[in-house]
Design a protein around this ligand. Structure first.
Ligand SMILES: Cc1ncc(COP(=O)(O)O)c(C=O)c1O
Length: 364
C-alpha cells in the first residue's frame, strides 16, 4: 500500500490519517511549509502565471539568480529545473577542459548521468578515499592530461562528508585539475554561512565548482550552478539545457528566492539545526550508537548482526515516529548493510528528539 502524505513535510506531519513525528525527507528547515515561501509563490503565480511557457527571463527568475549569487557570494548563477540537471549542466560545460573524469564510486546517480553525456572516460575511485583517487589518477590519466574529480559533497543516505580538502591537495599536482561536487545536501547546512561543503573545509579558489538543489534546505524545487559572469555565460553558450528544457515554474522560482532570503536573514535557524543534530548524536552515543559528530542533519544508524532495523522502524511507526529504513544498496550511497536514515529538522523539539531516542532505546 502506498503512503499518502496529507500535510507539507515538517517535524509534525499527517500520513495516512495519522499525525506523526517526522524524521524523513530533506526539508531540513521546514521551509516547504513556511508561509513566507508559500506567499511568495502565490503572489508570483498571480502576477506571472504558473509557468514560463517559454525560455525568456522573468522578474522572479532574475530575483532568484540574484538571491543565489548573494547567498553564495558569487557574481552570477544559472538555474535549471532540478538539482539532477545541475550536475549535467556542470559536467557538459566543463568537459572541454578535462581528459578523464574520476568519480566517487558511491556518487549520486546525477553525477554519473552528468558525466556520461560528456563521452569522457569515467574512472571510479573508492568511496571517500583520497589515496585511492591519487593512485587512480596516476594510473589512468595520460601524461599532461587534466583530471576532473567529482563527488557528492554530503552523501544523501549516510550523511558522510566527502574529504574535498584532501581531493584538492591530490589535484594540486595536476595543472588544470578540476574539482566539482554535487552539494545538494551540503548547501544551506554546512559552513559558517551555510554555503556548503567547500565552506565547511574553508576551500576557495579557482578550479572548484559545485552544483546543487533548491529542493532541500531552501524549501522549494530546482537546481543551480554559481560562478563568475563569464562562467555563467559559458554555461548558457555551451550547454543545451538552458534552451532545450523549460525553466522552473514561477511558484518554485519565487519560493526558492524567498527560501534563500529567509535562511540568509535568520542564521538562528542554522544554529537550531546544529544544536538538534548535536543533541541527537549525543543521545545516540549514550545508547552506545556512535555516529560521526558532524553538523550534517542526516543521522545514519548502520545495521549490525542480531538487529533487524526493519522491525525497529515498524516499532517506531507504531509509536507515531517516522524514520526511513533503507535496505542494502537501496540508494546511490547505501552501504552493503541496511540502515535507518534519520533526518533532523530545525523545527524538531527536544521532546520529539527525546521520544525518538526512547523509542530507539526500547527496540535496539
Ligand atoms: C546528492 C543528490 N544530488 C542530486 C539530487 C537531485 O536533486 P533534485 O531532486 O533537485 O533533482 C538528489 C536528490 O535527492 C541528491 O540526493
Amino acid at each position: 500500500m502506498s503512503t499518502l502524505m496529507q500535510t507539507a513535510v515538517g517535524p509534525r506531519a499527517i500520513i495516512d490519517g495519522r499525525e506523526v513525528d517526522y524524521f524523513a525527507g530533506t526539508s531540513y528547515y521546514g521551509l516547504h511549509a513556511d508561509r513566507r515561501l508559500i506567499g511568495a509563490a502565490r503572489d508570483a503565480i498571480a502576477q506571472y502565471g504558473t509557468g514560463p511557457g517559454n525560455t525568456v527571463d522573468t522578474p522572479p527568475m532574475k530575483r532568484l539568480r540574484e538571491e543565489i549569487a548573494h547567498y553564495f557570494g558569487t557574481q552570477d548563477a544559472r538555474v535549471v529545473a532540478s538539482g539532477y540537471l545541475s550536475d549535467i549542466l556542470l559536467a557538459q560545460t566543463l568537459s572541454p577542459r578535462f581528459d578523464v573524469a574520476f568519480i566517487d564510486e558511491k556518487a549520486h546517480y546525477s553525477v554519473y548521468d552528468g558525466l556520461r553525456v560528456t563521452g569522457k572516460t569515467i574512472v571510479r575511485f573508492a568511496h571517500r578515499d583520497p589515496e585511492d583517487l591519487r593512485s587512480k589518477i596516476a594510473a589512468r590519466l595520460p601524461a599532461g592530461g587534466a583530471p576532473f574529480v567529482m563527488s557528492d559533497g554530503v552523501f544523501p543516505v549516510t550523511g558522510a562528508i566527502a574529504p574535498v580538502d584532501a581531493y584538492h591537495e591530490v589535484l594540486s599536482a595536476y595543472p588544470g585539475g578540476l574539482l566539482c561536487i554535487d552539494d545538494s545536501h551540503g548547501v544551506g547546512v554546512l559552513g559558517e554561512r551555510g554555503r556548503g561543503t567547500y565552506e565547511h573545509f574553508g576551500l576557495t579558489g579557482p578550479g572548484i565548482h559545485f552544483g546543487a538543489t533548491l529542493s532541500k534546505a531552501f524549501g522549494a524545487l530546482g537546481g543551480f550552478v554559481t560562478g563568475t559572469r563569464e562562467f555563467i555565460e559559458e554555461i548558457v553558450r555551451s550547454n543545451r539545457i538552458p534552451e532545450g528544457a523549460s525553466p522552473l515554474s514561477t511558484g518554485a522560482v519565487a519560493a526558492a528566492a524567498e527560501g534563500l532570503r529567509v535562511l540568509s536573514a535568520h542564521p538562528e535557524l542554522r544554529a537550531k539545526l546544529r544544536s538538534n543534530v548535536a543533541y541527537l548524536r549525543a543521545g545516540l552515543a549514550d545508547l552506545g550508537i556512535e555516529t560521526p559528530r558532524t553538523p550534517v542533519p542526516i543521522v545514519c544508524i548502520l545495521g549490525r548482526d542480531g538487529i533487524d532495523l526493519g522491525s525497529v522502524a515498524r516499532a517506531l511507526s507504531r509509536e507515531d515516529i517516522v524514520v526511513s529504513h533503507i535496505g542494502p544498496g537501496g540508494y546511490s550511497d547505501s552501504p552493503p548493510v541496511e540502515v535507518l536514515r534519520i533526518a533532523v529538522f530545525s523545527g524538531h523539539t527536544v521532546e520529539q528528539l527525546d521520544r525518538l531516542l526512547r523509542g530507539l532505546s526500547r527496540s535496539l
